[in-house]
Design a protein around this ligand. Structure first.
Ligand code: B12
Ligand code: SF4
Length: 470
């Protein structure tokens, strides 16, 4: 039997614990379906391992995979290369391929590592299947669209037209209960275990800081096909809650309403959440009622900045009036709302950052997440920055930056925004809405300590800044 090892190279950069590795599960399902003679797949998630390097090396040595695939984000690149070296030590002849956002936007950097034999750029199902078939048959990887190899031009691969042709992700390879025990980027989990749901790929908006992994055209699955996956996850794996990770799930309102109608009729009693955000300007009363009707308890909206000038520079194409309306509507339907905000866009002034903090504090959001702008390779923002201002390999939205006066300014703006937003009243409201006041009482002392520390850090930062200027 053909043996394939798949590794998710999770590294915590402050965004919390890993979620089920959906990209690898999609690739695994495609490999199972397409390889003549089948294959045996082993999946490891570095985010669940105590000592990822040792465990990947041991797994490679014991399993002897013909092919080892790694999935990595840009911030995980250094770890991905260490893990590839570990796999190579364990199984010297295994063919190593990288996939996911990192090799998609930086294939040359990934291939500079002699351990990496090929990179899959963009959507992985088709390219991985062709690559695995070639490698297992003893042919080379050259000439496969979407697969980058050293010394050859990458032939682009057309995007999949019909996502409903794809098999369901190989959910049997993920320990959903293990992920449900970990803290989650959604803030909390209402009904365990949960799974991720990807119902469409691509986003037509053009925010300059955002990825373009799946193209600018929305390719949506049919509502019925998504319901089938929901039913499969509920009935075979006991899943009770779904976190939808589409870039713009509410792009097609008719599909949203149809999906909600089907779930209400055929899968009542589940919980839904949208941690990756919905477009506030496409969120209306009918959508709010339909989503509430299927058990949606939490929605995030991307706002990014309260400054119209900065939103225009980001090409966010969104008004604060639309955000206020969406937050109010979701709140009226009993949902918890979270806002995403960014600080430190090139040219953003301290006054503009303060305006964002003040807007968030005065808004009806129940929760707010304040991030440092991080330009990732492959984004328009990255291309527009002078080389010296690009983030270091491995940076995430919470990384402290290079320690310049500008970094300190951004850090202080974020700390101030957190302090202003999380008043005791808001924390209490959040606890009531999350149906977990007891849980909040448990975390309150550490939150209070955190706020105290952030005040102290701000004070020290101010003194440092003063010293620098003098
Ligand atoms: C869920 C999610 C998370 C989760 C899990 C992240 C993870 N490591 O998997 C959480 C909340 C933890 C998270 C955190 C962060 N995330 Co995030 N996240 C997403 C999100 C919304 C969905 C991911 C997903 O499941 N997609 C669906 C699957 C099917 O797609 P996929 O994973 O890309 O897989 C496909 C291909 O890439 C390829 N493929 C993937 N792996 C492999 C492997 C092989 C061998 C092959 C052949 C192919 C292949 O085939 C798959 C099927 O087509 C994406 C946005 C998006 N639209 O994808 C952002 C995204 C991946 N995140 C991003 C970022 C920046 C982050 C953070 C750094 C932000 C931060 N706070 O600092 C952190 C990093 C934390 C960490 N160490 O992982 C960026 C990555 C950009 C980049 N160049 O790296 C994205 C693209 C969003 C964006 N706006 O730019 N994130
Ligand atoms: S930030 Fe959201 S709306 Fe903007 S391009 Fe990215 S996915 Fe689309």
């Amino acid at each position: 039997m053909n043996r394939i090892l798949l590794v998710r190279t999770y590294r915590d950069v402050g965004a919390g614990a890993p979620v089920p590795p959906l990209g690898l599960l999609c690739v695994a399902a495609s490999l199972r379906r397409s390889l003549p003679g089948g294959c045996e797949i082993k999946l490891l998630d570095a985010g669940l391992l105590r000592d990822p390097e040792a465990e990947v090396e041991a797994a490679a040595a014991a399993f002897r995979p013909a092919l080892t695939g790694f999935s990595a984000l840009s911030c995980e690149a250094p770890l991905a290369h260490r893990l590839a070296a570990a796999a190579r030590r364990g199984a010297p002849s295994t063919f190593i391929v990288f996939g996911g956002p990192y090799p998609t936007v930086s294939p040359a950097e990934a291939l500079a590592d002699a351990c990496v034999d090929a990179c899959v750029a963009g959507e992985g199902e088709g390219a991985a299947a062709e690559l695995a078939a070639a490698v297992l048959a003893g042919r080379g990887p050259a000439g496969i669209p979407g697969v980058a190899v050293r010394g050859a031009e990458l032939a682009p691969r057309p995007l999949l037209e019909d996502l409903d042709d794809l098999p369901h992700p190989a959910w049997d390879l993920a320990d959903l209960k293990a992920y449900s025990r970990l803290p989650n980027w959604n803030g909390y989990i209402k009904q365990k275990p949960y799974a991720l749901l990807l119902t469409s790929r691509g986003c037509p908006y053009r925010c300059v800081y955002c990825h373009n992994l799946f193209g600018k055209r929305v390719r949506a699955r049919r509502a019925r096909a998504v319901l089938d996956e929901v039913l499969l996850l509920r009935d075979r794996y006991g899943v009770r809650e779904f976190h939808v990770v589409d870039d713009v799930f509410n792009f097609d309102k008719a599909r949203l309403l149809e999906f909600c109608r089907l779930v209400r009729a055929e899968a009542p009693g589940l919980a839904f959440s949208f941690p990756n955000g919905l477009r506030a300007d496409l969120f209306d009363a009918e959508s709010a009622a339909a989503l509430a009707g299927i058990g949606t308890y939490k929605i995030h909206f991307g706002v990014e900045s309260a400054s119209a000038r900065i939103r225009a520079a980001m090409r966010k194409d969104l008004s604060l009036e639309a955000v206020d309306r969406a937050v109010r509507l979701a709140g009226e339907h009993g949902m918890t709302t979270g806002g995403y905000f960014m600080f430190g866009f090139p040219g953003e002034t301290p006054a503009e950052m303060r305006a964002t903090a003040d807007y968030a504090a005065a808004s009806a959001f129940d929760a707010a997440y304040f991030f440092r702008v991080t330009a990732y390779p492959g984004t328009e923002l990255y291309g527009s920055l002078p080389e010296g201002e690009r983030p270091a390999a491995g940076a995430g939205f919470f990384s402290p930056g290079a320690g310049s006066a500008r970094d300190a300014e951004i850090r202080q703006a974020i700390l101030r925004a957190q302090r202003k937003f999380y008043t005791p009243g808001r924390l209490w409201r959040l606890a009531r809405k999350t149906h977990n006041p007891a849980g909040l009482l448990r975390v309150l002392p550490s939150m209070a300590a955190g706020l105290l520390l952030s005040r102290l850090a701000e004070e020290l930062g101010r003194r440092d800044g003063g010293a620098d200027r003098s």
